[in-house]
Design a protein around this ligand. Structure first.
Ligand code: BDR
Ligand code: CA
Length: 367
């Protein structure tokens, strides 16, 4: 990756000017929710990762969700680190009942590009934790995803907050599975430009082919992209609340976040102040859908661009067209705009106060 793109991604991952702290109301109001009839059943697929770690803690501390499994994939750091990081978070949340499985070590067809410039060499911003005692299942993630979905057709939502390699492999290896998945909710893409290249968001950049399989699968997709996730910035106010609560979850979350914000700052030669909560926002949407505003779009994922692979090309209107054919070689058919139907609900608005009023009490509550 050129230094231009490294700088781009560092800047964008911070997601804000170094001085800007979120204006969030304090103390955090306890978030009240209408009692759900039954918890939403999810499989959480992560490349754990700093914000993935917080997303796992949030999911496991939320009675509105029943986490059937947490699966790990390569992304922010290689699988050899995302899998133990996932186990650590499940252990810290005191949820050994939740199965964890390891998945793909490499994207479908590309070399793995990681984001240790944000997440640190260990994926947790350099914050150190003991080796997890919890063990992963022997069953690989893709098989586990298929087994859980097939045992409860129409009930399982897959929440993908890393590169979508595991999810795409499950769909590719078992095409009828698509009709049995309730929904796929992804952190990825953007309506407003990328964070690792000017076009692409990191998760889709790492495995564009996998993202394309998911968006083309016919499964209802919700896309939570950078255009909203970069508006939920965690900073000093929230960190001091996490630190003053003495629970193991809040202490672990604060340790990871503080260490990461310092690490990002060192990499940029500045004092960083905040970090975007991409993945926790995606999980929060399933706990309280009023945090995000969604709109129907037809989303295509660019896979062939030399400089734009992983871009999410989103059409609001019902006609889409591909690039003009080359004017060399045999005459290609004329390109016309084609009628398309929305294939995704895309997050277009976010209420950051509502998000933090959900997240912080969930992380600080006594278990
Ligand atoms: C996404 O990329 C990862 O680095 C984060 O964990 C998040 O899922 C943001 O682009
Ligand atoms: Ca992630």
């Amino acid at each position: 990756m050129s230094s231009y793109f490294s700088d781009m991604s560092r800047r964008s991952f911070l997601g804000c000017s170094a001085g800007a702290l979120m204006a969030t109301s304090f103390p955090f109001a306890h978030h009240s929710l209408a009692a759900a009839s039954s918890p939403r059943r999810i499989i959480l697929d992560c490349d754990t990762g700093v914000d993935d770690a917080i997303a796992i803690l949030l999911a496991l501390r939320s009675p509105e969700l029943k986490v059937e499994a947490v699966t790990a994939v390569s992304g922010n750091v290689p699988l050899a680190l995302t899998l133990p990081n996932t186990l650590r978070m499940v252990e810290i949340a005191a949820r050994p009942d939740v199965p964890v499985a390891g998945g793909a070590a490499l994207p479908l067809v590309r070399q793995l590009i990681t984001a240790s410039y944000v997440h640190g060499e260990n994926g947790l911003g350099g914050a150190e934790f003991p080796e997890p005692k919890l063990k992963p299942l022997e069953e690989p993630a893709v098989q586990l995803i298929r087994r859980i979905v097939r045992s409860s057709p129409g009930e399982i939502t897959i929440v993908g907050v890393g590169p979508l390699t595991n999810v795409a492999l499950a769909l590719k290896s078992d095409p009828p599975l698509a009709s049995q998945i309730r929904e796929i909710v992804v952190m990825g893409g953007s309506l407003t430009g990328g964070n690792i290249t000017p076009s692409a968001e990191f998760n889709f950049y790492v495995d564009p082919e996998a993202a394309r399989i998911v968006f083309d699968s016919g499964v209802p997709v919700t896309m939570v992209g950078l255009n909203v996730t970069q508006k939920v910035l965690i900073g000093e106010q929230q960190l001091s609340v996490l630190e003053s609560a003495k629970t193991s979850v809040s202490q672990a979350a604060a340790k990871i976040l503080r260490s990461t914000i310092d690490h990002i700052g060192k990499g940029r030669g500045i004092t960083a102040k905040t970090m975007a909560m991409h993945d926790p926002l995606t999980v929060a949407h399933l706990i309280d859908p009023s945090i995000l505003t969604l709109k129907d779009y037809y989303v295509q994922i660019e896979t062939s661009g030399e400089f734009s692979a992983g871009e999410s090309v989103a059409y609001e209107y019902p006609r889409a067209r591909s690039s003009a054919p080359m004017n060399i070689g045999p005459a290609a058919p004329e390109v016309r705009a084609a009628e398309v139907k929305p294939n995704a609900k895309v997050a277009v608005g976010v209420d950051p106060d509502k998000f933090f009023n959900l997240l912080i009490p969930r992380l600080t509550a006594a278990s």
